[in-house]
Design a protein around this ligand. Structure first.
Ligand code: ZN
Length: 133
């Protein structure tokens, strides 16, 4: 078991980016629990997957933002400054009871191609079927 997932995409459905629900702030004692001494000062923000609604605590560092202008701000307005995730209620890589409400039961990818003025436009659509836990 690890405190972090070691990834920035959703662990449940694989969606590439979770939404940050607040500005980055230091982790609280309640969130870190018995690990607070080790993680005091870590900047975090509540995160949420817009596809499957999984609940995360995003590990945030403005220094990691790819946009140099954003690195000077307190946080990246594009939300690209989180570099890792934990499940929110458990603060580790296994979800707590309230962290995952929907599970993936199926997925499919469809590819459609069309030609526009000599160019080929490819549209890749990923469809995910979710079920309540
Ligand atoms: Zn998800």
């Amino acid at each position: 078991m690890s405190r972090n997932l070691g990834q920035t995409h959703c662990d449940v459905c694989g969606y590439e980016k979770v939404a940050l629900l607040e500005d980055p702030r230091p982790i609280t004692k309640k969130e870190a629990g018995p690990y607070f001494d080790e993680f005091e000062g870590l900047d975090v923000a509540l995160g949420w997957c817009p596809v499957c609604e999984a609940q995360y605590l995003a590990w945030v560092s403005t220094a990691k933002c790819k946009n140099a202008l954003h690195r000077r701000e307190s946080h990246c307005p594009d939300g690209c400054d989180y570099f890792d995730l934990s499940y929110r209620s458990s603060f580790n890589d296994e979800p707590g009871d309230d962290d995952v409400m929907l599970v993936v039961v199926g997925e499919a990818e469809t590819v459609t191609k069309s030609e526009i003025e000599g160019n080929v436009m490819v549209n890749i659509t990923r469809t995910v079927l979710l079920r309540k836990r």
